[in-house]
Design a protein around this ligand. Sequence first.
Ligand code: NAD
Length: 354
Amino acid sequence: MEAFEYNAAPARVIFGSGTISKLAEEVARQKLSRPLLLSTPQQVDHLTQLKNLLNGKEAGVFSEATMHTPSHITDKALAYAKSVNADSVISIGGGSTIGLGKAISIRTGLPHICIPTTYAGSEMTPILGETQDGKKTTRSDPKILPGTVIYDVDFTMTLPANMSATSGVNAIAHAVEALYARNTNPIINLLALEGISALSVSLPDIVLEPSSLPARQKALYGAWLCGTCLGAVGMSLHHKLCHTLGGSFNMPHAETHTIILPHALAYNAPNIPEVMKKIAEALPGSDGDAIKGLNLLLEKLRVKRGLKDFGFKEEDVEKAAEIAVANPYWNPRPVEEKPIRELLRRAWAGEEAR
Ligand code: NAD
């Protein structure tokens, strides 16, 4: 075995169904008394549940979290947090709300308790993406990593089947890229393969029966592991392409990850034969072919396969390829503009990956 370095995320994780009942206890354990509760406007019902559990002991609620963590929303939330004298933040939601929690926490030093309700994995990472004047910048700092994560499967029950599917594939993408990261290690490999396996089994069950508790449990468990992979090692071509499409073309996050993943994996395949074998073993019905296994999963999930389905224009393929190759970054196969343009064209059209 080759020598490696492994940095464990220091986060405290509480996992299960009904675990939110431990929230008040957790707040008290950390000697906090004035948490600010955060959500999107779509999840105020979840906020109300938290308020009830805290018996009105929150400092306030802010329900304007939105995609891409825009700085004007962060500024408004910061002013509000100050005005109510908050001593901590509790974010309930997906990557957008958790992003706001991270943005407040890194600026103020307030402890951050996360209650994730999608499979995107932001709660497990020291990474924060923010937008100012339409420009998205990403930074990484150990202080951004939330201190406590409460995974309560019950909150994921309301995540619609189609969003569960794409959010779950977003998680799988973290694990796939972690397997061929330059700084990968045996521990992360274990988590990545277990994560891919748990999600590829549970997501089709969720699409058939969104209220299946065993499937939801398995999916959230898988998402946790995949999020850990994202937070622990470097990502490559797949995440870079999705970042370009999201940041410069406003494409939806999870849906874009779902469309790009087979194409990015097929691009890297010639240079990562061992990883392709491992991924195939984790994907049911792959017959030893990771791309086949992934395509089969996406078919079962009934997800849209073309960027054009989300308004991406064919004439933007060239510009996206240019941006994606502009700043060099590590990838198992050299990133070259011509094949990347063809990759993006296929993804735009919704053609099979090759
Ligand atoms: P999201 O947080 O934008 O949520 C999408 C919508 O679904 C929102 O309206 C939300 O309120 C709603 N929703 C979430 N959970 C729900 C539930 N259980 N029931 C009903 N509705 C629910 O989506 P996302 O995919 O989780 O996050 C995407 C954002 O997170 C992107 O901006 C992405 O860049 C960021 N992200 C960051 C990291 C990181 O490590 N920094 C990791 C992953 C994603």
